[in-house]
Design a protein around this ligand. Structure first.
Ligand SMILES: Nc1ncnc2c1ncn2[C@@H]1O[C@H](COP(=O)(O)OP(=O)(O)OP(=O)(O)O)[C@@H](O)[C@H]1O
Ligand SMILES: [Mg+2]
Length: 414
């Protein structure tokens, strides 16, 4: 990871020449910061503050919700970023497990205090300072049970780090696609889909709408009870305001998850997130990756392969994960497949809003539709059985246009 062969590298087909990654957030980017966040559909523990737009780097970093760590504190907290503390690697950098003291938030002995996840930006990481700051900006203001909690950050010289609550079960991607003894049962898959839908609904229905732009299985983290939370807000963007129908922006995202009209035009709407949600819902149903280069022909692209079966009650079982061994309610699977199909409409306008998606998914798990072992178990074994689990697959999208400096025009963006 961290180079153009990185499996989940993001796309950047810039349409703005103002963006600067090396030296900080650009004027254009700054003006995209929303002025306030309020919640309309999900109150509970959610909160967001009203802040003036644009916010300077200084304002973002002085968020009262965030602790500013020194590099040394985080070095100690992760035992010098020891390889055995490594939790994972993404395009941004490495993620380490660490311990901080519950009160002073200084390093604590391993095993004592609070467990945290420390993400350390690779110095050569492409996403760079701008996305780091975007993440601090959004997660410093947005609080919701289905968004990962940012505890603090470190900005010292070239070092940029983020400190999050530790999510003991790691990412959804690990559970769905990595070989393991326990495939996720149907009920957990639906629980994850609902929690993620709640997180997206919260963002979309905020008074100042936020478009997440990076919805994918690796960005859905799971706590010990498989409660899902969205992480990685480096690409998040303020939604359109006033009479505007969309935001014109760089095309960024991960191949297989990004909405087709957004990739084609750079016009971003909340419905782009809805498309990505449809892809992840399909991954949950099928246990297949959005893009899988180890497969042949149409099976390489999950959406293209699965779409013909999603709207047909008698055919849905063909796309269902064989690891479920038929242990899912047939009606629930069809309902989930139907809503996935709507999310995957080629036209953004035809896609449902996330609140509608959420309501439909909640019906699936409501007591009156309680899980019964599926009649699907009696169905013939799908002909579409896939080869063994695959490698991490998403790769860069091909840029559609990029007025930026030549090193940023390459599809090998990081
Ligand atoms: N808060 C956390 N708690 C526990 N594990 C985490 C946490 N954040 C990240 N991880 C682990 O680190 C891995 C890498 O995360 P990261 O967000 O850097 O990359 P990614 O999502 O896989 O790729 P991308 O850079 O494209 O977003 C995750 O898949 C997860 O396993
Ligand atoms: Mg991530």
């Amino acid at each position: 990871m961290g180079n153009c062969l990185g499996s989940s590298a993001k796309v950047d087909t810039a349409q703005s020449s103002q963006t600067t990654y090396a030296s900080g957030i650009s004027k254009t980017s700054r003006s995209s910061v929303p002025s306030s966040f309020t919640i309309s559909s999900y109150i509970d523990n959610s909160s967001a503050s009203s802040l003036p737009t644009p916010r300077s780097e200084g304002e973002i970093l002085s968020s009262p919700n965030l602790k500013s760590f020194s590099f040394n504190e985080l070095k100690n907290a992760t035992r010098n970023f020891r390889p055995d503390s490594l939790l994972g690697e993404g395009g941004f950098g490495y993620v380490f497990k660490g311990w901080i003291d519950e009160h002073g938030f200084t390093a604590a002995k391993p095993g004592s205090g609070t467990v945290v996840a420390v993400k350390k930006l690779k110095p050569e990481g492409f996403q760079g300072h701008k996305e780091w700051l975007t993440e601090v900006n959004y997660l410093g203001q947005l609080h919701h049970p289905n968004l990962v909690k940012l505890i603090g950050y470190c900005l010292e010289g070239e070092n940029r780090l983020l400190v999050y609550e530790f999510m003991p079960k790691g990412s959804l991607e690990n559970h769905l696609f990595r070989r393991g003894p326990q495939p996720l049962p149907w009920s957990v898959r639906m629980k994850v889909a609902i929690a993620a839908a709640r997180g997206l609904s919260f963002l979309h229905d905020a008074e100042s709408q936020v478009i997440y732009r990076d919805f994918k299985a690796s960005n859905i983290l799971l706590d010990v009870d498989f409660n899902a939370k969205l992480s990685d807000f480096g690409l998040a963007k303020a939604g359109p305001t006033g009479d505007r129908t969309h935001v014109s922006t760089q095309v960024m995202g991960t191949q297989g998850y990004a909405a087709p009209e957004y990739v084609a035009t750079g016009r971003l709407t909340a419905k782009s997130d809805v498309y990505s949600f449809g892809v992840v819902l399909l991954e949950l149903l099928s246990g297949r990756r959005a893009v899988d280069k180890t497969k042949i022909g149409i099976e390489q692209k999950l959406v293209d392969w699965a779409k013909p079966y999603l709207g047909d009650k008698r055919k849905v079982f063909r796309i269902m994960d064989t690891k479920l061994e038929g242990q899912y309610p047939q009606k629930g699977a069809y309902t989930a497949a139907s809503i996935a199909l709507q999310c995957l409409s080629n036209e953004g306008k035809a896609r449902p809003r996330m609140t509608e998606v959420l309501a439909t998914l909640e019906q699936i798990i409501s007591p009156k539709n309680a899980v019964r072992p599926s009649q699907a178990a009696q169905q013939p074994v799908p002909l579409w059985r896939s080869p063994a689990r695959q490698h991490r697959s998403p790769v860069n999208l091909i840029p559609i246009a990029s007025p930026l400096a030549s090193h940023r025009q390459s599809p090998c963006v990081r």
